[in-house]
Design a binder for this molecule. Structure first.
Ligand code: FES
Length: 113
């Protein structure tokens, strides 16, 4: 068994996340884009658009492709799998995807390390 030590950090109350919207958060010096989908799943990926280099992913368009929850870059429209960060349009491009959890007190926590 691998001992997987992750340092979760509180980001915001889950109520601050509106369905199909993203917010940007600074977590331990890392710019993260947090999304809540309409089926109430929460995902955290890097806020930096890998194509343009701009920190804009939190303003991306939430959607889905088949069963895959996605966010599209607001600048270039490439679509990324919110679960893995993989770009579905450009092979080899990806966002970092970070573990997320919601505490008993309804606080969203993200682990960037
Ligand atoms: S270079 Fe501007 S939209 Fe792609």
């Amino acid at each position: 068994m691998i001992l997987d030590v992750q340092l979760f950090q509180a980001v915001c109350p889950v109520d601050r996340l509106e369905p199909d919207r993203g917010i940007a958060a600074l977590v331990d010096g890392v710019q993260v884009a947090l999304f809540r989908t309409s089926d109430d799943e929460i995902y955290a990926v890097g806020n930096q658009d890998p194509i343009s280099g701009a920190y804009v992913m939190s303003r991306g368009i939430v959607g889905s492709r088949g069963d895959v929850p996605t966010v599209a870059s607001p600048l270039h429209k490439q679509v990324y799998d919110l679960r893995t960060g993989d770009c579905l349009d450009v092979p080899g491009v990806n966002l970092p995807a970070y573990p997320v959890r919601v505490t008993d007190a309804s606080v969203v926590e993200v682990a960037v390390h």
